[in-house]
Design a protein around this ligand. Structure first.
Ligand code: MOS
Length: 736
């Protein structure tokens, strides 16, 4: 099914199953421990041995000698894989560094060996006996020091690193009110619950990987390129993923090393990264330095806006596109965005939940707060005054497909009680607490991606959906079941969904918040094709037939689809293919965050008291799982605002706080009260479902709302995230 014209009325509009809050259909399997995760495939590989990765102790240099004899002689050890015996390896397109290092070492904790043993303890114990001699070379580990030599990166996902419209310099120089500030965000760790894990099995030259991965088809391709083997001989199975946030978009060392280990010892092998290995062995969100300049009139109407961002990566790695939202979010005729990349020898930086916007909004939305203050305009009103109905770089010929941004601002403000805010910082006191309110916009682009599914119905009327789509904790199983149930007119309980197997048709995968809309549209396409097949088999004209209550109905005739399916059942496959509607129209998801914090007047401790967010993302397929996505993302925004920071050792080139004891993320006690409301809208240019994604929207701007609330509470403006209490105290000293 091609989607290149706006959607018209279709079976999804019935709204009996889609758009209704449903519990996760995979919930019982998860809470009873019967959902098999990658490391737990005792069923498929009962004789699996255990691998332990030996990582590099230096950031950059060369191996001069590896001695594995002591490790190989240790109890239970079956073998040790290194670059010397792994055989020739290619490299995937998405990996910047090699997943198995040697003789060159490209980053700290890069995998240099895998010890395989009968038990996990034996493997880990013997790993300490692997002797790797190397010579270290000088590396570049400090982003701030590297930005002078930063370069123009290549296009990222087809987007140019620079953009301009009008004459920014002249307009900014002439503006009566100016903001010119620089904000910094540190490296972030994905900190998903399930570390990277894989069980690998070889049989007759064919490889099966049970692994925890967001993008099944991409990763099959990467395994094929890395192991120099045909993709047909690789099966990748990833039905349950304990969180990913982008860390599992691509092939990582757990999967490659498990495959190499299993081939080396002739047994299935499983490899999981220990938590302290995750930040340095895998990927992280790169740190940024962002300069934002805004020139406005005295009413706060923007005439000039510029956003420049610097980030670093291993040579060949991606830039963090932190200025992307500034191309679309606010009006103003004179505009400029720039991204620059510095070469660093830290572990690879890569996508993490809302790459670009998540950190870009931390800068832009504080700059907007600073503009509001400079103009004496309320921050909500300021954003309303700068709303724009079209892509402000391209002009009115490229309108937004839908943009209920002002509704989000107004409805969120009302729900939150924004009118009770005192605009003068430091005026509201609750005992020792200075209390403040802050807000920020939410914005994240809307991307779509081809997605296929196979759908069948059997003689009992049970509908089965098969697609290689993944559910990374987002609720994919449930929304795909809802989509099939709605389209085919059967109850949700009649639908079975099987995901995450490369034997199934290739779906969009879980990334960039495109998964829900794209994959559900793929299931919709397949179900519409199944309707035609069933109608034809039953002698109906598909155009006249209505599918409801498990039957095909037209005129006086009604036939249960179970009867039509018969003993053989009826199966079809189809895909959604997206045309150019995302080029003709600017597309995005919108929202507004509101936050109340208390700042301890004596210690600088910040406590979030409550948050409200209002969001618009087209049809909300399942309000329950969508709300859950938003709440999780808002929580992650609080983490970015207040605590998350990978601390770089700029001498030796690694992340020092590489575990959850020292890399802090919010816990329940940090997040007292969150309220989410969705603005009702349908976006007929986004997909036949008129839906968009919400998986990343909630993080975008959330942290800036916290930072703005801190400023309102105590008058301290912190532009270097996270807002730790030392920075608050330093500012409080200057204020009081
Ligand atoms: Mo997302 S950062 O594309 O998983």
């Amino acid at each position: 099914m091609r989607f290149d014209q706006p959607a018209t009325t279709n079976p999804i509009d019935r709204g009996r199953v889609v758009g209704v809050p449903h519990d996760r259909i995979d919930g019982p399997a998860k809470v009873t421990g019967t959902a098999p995760y990658a490391y737990e495939r005792h069923d498929a590989a009962p004789d699996a041995a255990y691998g332990w990765i030996v990582g590099s102790a230096i950031a950059r240099g060369r191996i001069t000698a590896i001695d594995t004899r002591a490790a190989e002689a240790a109890p239970g050890v079956l073998g040790v894989v290194t670059h010397e015996n792994a055989g020739p390896l290619g490299k995937g397109r998405f990996n910047t560094a090699h997943l198995l290092g040697g003789p060159a070492i490209e980053h700290y904790d890069q995998a240099l060996a895998l010890v395989v043993a009968e038990t996990l303890e034996q493997a880990r114990d013997a790993a300490a006996l692997v002797r790797i001699d190397c010579v270290a070379e000088e590396g570049r580990f400090d982003l701030a020091a590297g930005i002078d030599g930063a370069e123009v990166p290549g296009p990222f996902f087809g987007k140019d690193p620079d953009s301009a419209a009008g004459d920014f310099d002249a307009a900014f120089a002439a503006a009566p009110v100016k903001v010119d500030q620089t904000y910094t965000t540190p490296d972030h760790s994905h900190a998903m619950m399930e570390p990277h894990a894989t069980t690998a099995l070889w049989a007759d030259g064919r490889l099966t990987l049970w692994t925890s991965n967001q993008m099944v088809a991409w990763t099959v391709g990467e395994v094929a390129r890395t192991l120099n083997m045909p993709p047909e001989n690789i099966r990748l199975v990833s039905p349950y993923v304990g969180g990913g946030f982008g860390a599992k978009l691509f092939l990582r060392a757990d999967a490659l090393m498990a495959a190499l280990g299993a081939r080396h010892v002739g047994r299935p092998v499983k490899v999981a990264l220990a938590r302290p290995q995750v930040p340095n062995n895998t990927v992280h969100r790169p740190a940024t330095i962002q300069r934002v300049r805004i020139g406005a009139d005295r009413n706060g109407v923007i005439d000039a806006i510029a956003h420049e961002s610097w980030s670093g990566n291993l040579p060949g790695g991606n830039v963090e596109m932190a200025a992307m939202q500034t191309r679309l979010l606010y009006g103003g005729r004179n505009r400029l965005t720039r991204h620059r990349i510095a070469a660093l020898d830290l572990p690879e930086g890569n996508s993490m939940r809302a790459p670009g916007e998540a950190v870009g909004m931390l800068a832009l939305e504080v700059a907007m707060d600073e503009l509001a203050e400079a103009c004496g305009v309320d921050p909500v009103e300021l954003r309303i005054r700068n709303d724009v109905a079209y892509d402000p770089e391209a002009g009115p010929d490229r309108p937004f497909s839908s943009r209920p941004f002002v509704d989000c601002l107004r409805r969120g403000a009302e729900r939150f009680g924004w009118s009770r805010r005192n605009p003068t910082p430091g005026r509201v006191r609750d005992g020792r607490w200075l209390v403040g309110m802050g807000m920020a916009a939410a914005f994240r682009g809307n991307q779509m991606s081809r997605s296929a599914a196979r759908v069948g119905v059997d003689g009992r009327g049970t509908v089965t959906v098969e697609t290689d789509m993944t559910d990374i904790g987002t609720g994919t199983y449930t929304i795909l079941a809802q989509t099939a149930a709605e389209t085919l007119g059967v109850p949700l309980e009649a639908v079975r969904v099987h995901l995450g197997d490369s034997r199934f048709p290739v779906a969009a995968g879980s990334g960039g918040q495109w998964g829900a809309n794209s994959a559900a549209s793929g299931v919709y396409a397949a179900c519409m094709t199944l309707r035609e097949a069933l109608a034809q088999k039953a002698g109906f004209n598909a155009g006249d037939a209505v599918f409801e209550n498990g039957a095909i109905v037209a005129g006086n005739r009604s036939v249960p689809i179970a009867d039509v399916a018969g003993r053989e059942g009826v199966w079809v496959e189809d895909a959604i293919e997206f045309g150019d509607l995302d080029k003709t129209y600017a597309q995005g998801t919108f929202g507004a965050h509101f936050c109340e914090v208390g700042v301890d007047a004596y210690t600088g401790e910040i406590r979030v008291r409550r948050m409200v967010g209002a969001f618009a993302a087209g049809r909300i397929l399942n309000p329950k799982s969508a709300r859950n996505q938003i709440i999780g993302a808002m929580t992650m925004g609080v983490g970015a605002a207040l605590m998350e920071e990978l601390v770089v050792d700029t001498r030796h080139g690694y992340f020092v706080n590489h575990d959850l004891a020292e890399y802090h993320v919010p816990v329940h006690a940090d997040i007292p009260d969150q309220d989410v409301l969705f603005i009702e809208e349908l976006d007929d240019k986004s997909s036949p479902l008129k839906a968009k994604g919400v998986g990343e929207l909630g993080i975008c701007g959330a942290g800036a709302a916290v930072a703005n609330a801190v400023h309102n509470a105590c008058g301290v403006r912190i532009r270097a995230y996270p807002l730790t209490l030392d920075k608050v105290l330093r500012g409080l000293g200057a204020v009081t």
